[in-house]
Design a protein around this ligand. Sequence first.
Ligand code: AMP
Length: 540
Amino acid sequence: MVEGTMMDVPLTLKYLLERARTLFPRSEIVSRAADKALHRSTFGDLYPRACKLANALTRLGVKPGDRVATLCWNHTRHVEAYLAVPCMGAVLHTLNLRLHPSDLTYIAGHAGDSVVIVDSSLLPLLDKFVKDVPSIRHVIVVADGGAAPAGTLDYEALLAAEEGSFPFPDLAEGTPAAICYTSGTTGHPKGVVYTHRSTMLHTLAVCMADTMGIRGQDTLLPVVPMFHVNAWGIPFAALLTGAKLVFAGPHLDPEGLLDLMASERVTFAAGVPTIWLGILAHLDREPRRWDLGRLERMVVGGSAAPPSMIDGFSRRHGITVMHAWGMTETSPIGTTAKLRPIHDDLDDEQKLAVRSSQGYAAPLVETRSRGEDGRVLPWDGKSMGELEVRGPWVAGAYLGGEGKDRFTDDGWFRTGDVVTIDADGYVRICDRTKDVIKSGGEWISSVELENALMSHAAVLEAAVFAGRHPKWDERPIAAVVWKPGAKATEAELRAHLKGKFASFWEPDLFIEVEAIPKTSTGKFLKTKLRELYGDRLLDR
Ligand code: AMP
């Protein structure tokens, strides 16, 4: 018998804080403030400021295990909270500022938040729910333009009164570090509690070349909000690697983002497809206006990235889009769509098909799919079933033991996504289980129809959803948003889809809309479309 002889070093976020301070004090963090001014600081500034925040929170009575919420855009002070709160042993709870106040009341109450750090521009939103959450004892205002009103504390004034050092404890790696709530469109949101260990392992994973490949040479622009699954782990990855961080603050319009990418020489950006669709339209219109010579790659996920968009960026603008799938419950990186040598001999179109899939499991993550009868399905690229995953940064339960039916008896998480998996492990999302269109017992993938419609030159966005049907139960209806100044006839859209799918997949109805309703994290809100237009086929 021999015993392992290696050190048992706990994986905790304190390591990131120390590493950033000692190795990368000159790495920059650039944030665009509400007034559009650029605020510059460094990882060297971050350490004493995180210590000051930890001292201030301690003085306010925050103890290990207490929940400290943020209601903030992406910016430097939000990173300070990302580090100070977990490293002092408390739990960071990032509130989604796009949620309805009643949801925020529920979520903040459910998590038992004791302190909220809020941008002054978001005070009107906080005012709508803070009184209904009795656990909240203190409100700390990040004055991004306005002043901290009476009854609240000013973030900078608090920090100014504190020491720039703090005795961060040596925590066990299983200590809770952060909470995010799911943004499900039905039922109450559920809490996912990331541990220090799961966060550190996920941070390592997003630095691998086959996932996001984040490295010290990068300048990172997470367009994805810091309240959406910890900005997909990008701020932590920056601290691990020394990469420069750029934040857009509240300015998420395509022009503002393009200006920032050009002026800060961003190499890597990440966000949901709707953001990039807007950016692509701008770049196509004015290809020479922005110098994006440094921008190598973009990670797109959160909902399906249309192949035409992935192709448009690389073919017309030399920017590689990497498609990734993940969830709040998976920290979020679950699968990423990178090519491998087995694809070398494929033609461009076939390669695009691989890159437009959701990709294969990230290292340490496992995938499988199960049919309605509970059997594990073959990896044949055809059989549609529910995706299940497991891994060290995948939730094994929800906060408070809710949603038990989402976890299988043999230790897998049921994602609620309907997928096929091919022989090489590449997953294709066909739908959410709730969105898949069940036409006379056959399943129709709304995502595939949407991707095909969005490859039409006149279509900016398309969402396909189930309309109730007297004979077939459900039939597809397509809602289409035109690109500015463009339009196509229904016959043209039908011709565009012809031959790409079995004929029964063709939508029964096309409707023009000004905008597709979206969820708080930028996904198509199919429940709303069904509510508005779901009976259209019955009336005909
Ligand atoms: P959230 O927890 O809000 O991040 O939502 C997770 C859900 O977003 C997943 O279960 C999928 O339905 C969807 N999703 C995330 N990434 C993708 C992707 N690349 N393609 C299609 N759907 C995605």
